[in-house]
Design a protein around this ligand. Structure first.
Ligand code: FE2
Length: 383
């Protein structure tokens, strides 16, 4: 199977209706004619359009849509196997974060012998030469198209990540028209994921000037565009700004990582099956009051990007937790967790190895009693 070469930087393409450029962009990545096309099963009609465009220009596509919800290692193995069987010379993904993460990993491991789980948590280096990869996000979003990270669930049920240059996409195509059909709930949850990325990147201990600038711009754009896109799903301008905000926020976390909200969110996703965006939004909501005291200057900058006013940093930062909670309320986010969740299991999960990078990057180091208090604040109070 011919190998692709990873580029130093992602080639980025943007425009309403730009899906039609897909065949030309594929030809930039590979002279080959055989492609693996990973398409979110929920957007089959967009997948059919893409397939027709590619086939019309002489490219041969094998479609893979055998997944739902968060990616699992066996689905990634199946996608990699489909690429091998078809002799695919490039991978294209169209869909939400799950489709993109499956594509990034399948492209990276298609030519390798080891199972994908062996690359979790950087335990083994990713194969040096994977297949070239083009990502087309249809949610706004996880920012997966901009990062060198992919998250998946192991056969044992643990939510883990893989990281490496080898997971960087070769090309990204942002076409806001593809997000027009997103249901409100998905728009809200994925948009909140992007907003949380932006806020966590700005306040990360691993961040710098670039991640801060990218994150603050993403906060400004998402704060306005998310409610507009939720209220008027056909508002192309709002969809476009939200898609760009998610891309910028993805760039920001690629540089700075995420924080406590993602540690809590991954535990809530694993233990309670919560949608990732909803989980991290609730995680940030409970962590903000303590977080803002640890980094008032950074949170003041976020507060101003979020529309708050005032000259005193501390005062602006302290307004943010309430403003963020009201924002979630206005968006109609379901904030009620299911009954019967085990606090002890959540606590153990939050502290596991895979969540340590997020806990360590957070602006405040949470002690175990503090983590317990955050989880207690999240769980439904006993009747
Ligand atoms: Fe996220």
């Amino acid at each position: 199977m011919p190998k692709g070469r990873k580029r130093a930087a992602i080639q980025f393409h943007y425009g309403a209706g730009s899906l039609s450029r897909l065949p030309r962009l594929v030809r930039r990545m590979t002279p080959g004619r055989s492609l693996l096309l990973i398409v979110d099963p929920g957007i089959a009609s967009i997948g059919e359009r893409a397939e027709a465009l590619l086939e019309a220009s002489g490219l041969r596509t094998i479609s893979f849509a055998d997944f739902s919800g968060d990616p699992r290692s066996r689905q990634i193995e199946a996608a990699a196997q489909a690429a091998r069987a078809a002799g695919a010379e490039a991978v294209i993904a169209i869909g939400g974060g799950s489709a993109l993460d499956i594509a990034k990993l399948a492209a990276a491991v298609a030519g390798a012998e080891q199972p994908v789980e062996s690359y979790a948590l950087c335990r083994a280096p990713l194969p040096a030469k994977g297949l070239p990869c083009l990502l087309v996000p249809t949610t706004a979003g996880t920012g997966s198209e901009a990062t060198r990270t992919a998250v998946f669930t192991t056969e044992a049920g643990a939510k883990v990540w893989a990281w490496g240059e080898e997971l960087r996409a070769d090309q990204v195509l942002l076409d806001p028209e593809l997000t027009l059909g997103l249901p409100r709930q998905v728009t809200v949850a994925t948009g909140l994921d992007a907003l949380v990325h932006a806020m966590e990147a700005v306040t990360s201990r691993r961040g710098g000037r670039a991640s801060r600038a990218l994150g603050l711009q993403a906060v400004r754009m998402a704060r306005e565009a998310l409610p507009q896109a939720a209220e008027a799903p056909g508002n192309l301008e709002a969809r476009a700004r939200l898609l760009v905000a998610a891309w910028l926020a993805g760039r920001a976390i690629d540089l700075a990582g995420t924080g406590i909200a993602h540690a809590l969110g991954h535990a809530l996703g694993e233990v309670a099956g919560l949608h990732h965006g909803r989980a991290v939004a609730l995680g940030l909501k409970v962590a903000l009051p303590r977080n803002v005291r640890a980094a008032p200057e950074a949170y003041a900058a976020i507060g101003r990007a979020f529309g708050l006013e005032g000259s005193e940093d501390e005062a602006v930062a302290e307004e943010l937790p309430l403003a963020f909670a009201q924002f979630l309320e206005k968006l109609g986010l379901d904030q009620q967790l299911p009954e019967g969740l085990s606090l002890e299991r959540l606590l153990l999960t939050v502290q596991r190895e895979e969540n340590q990078p997020m806990l360590q990057a957070n602006c405040h180091s949470y002690s175990q009693p503090e983590l317990r208090a955050l989880l207690e604040a999240l769980l439904p109070s006993p009747a």
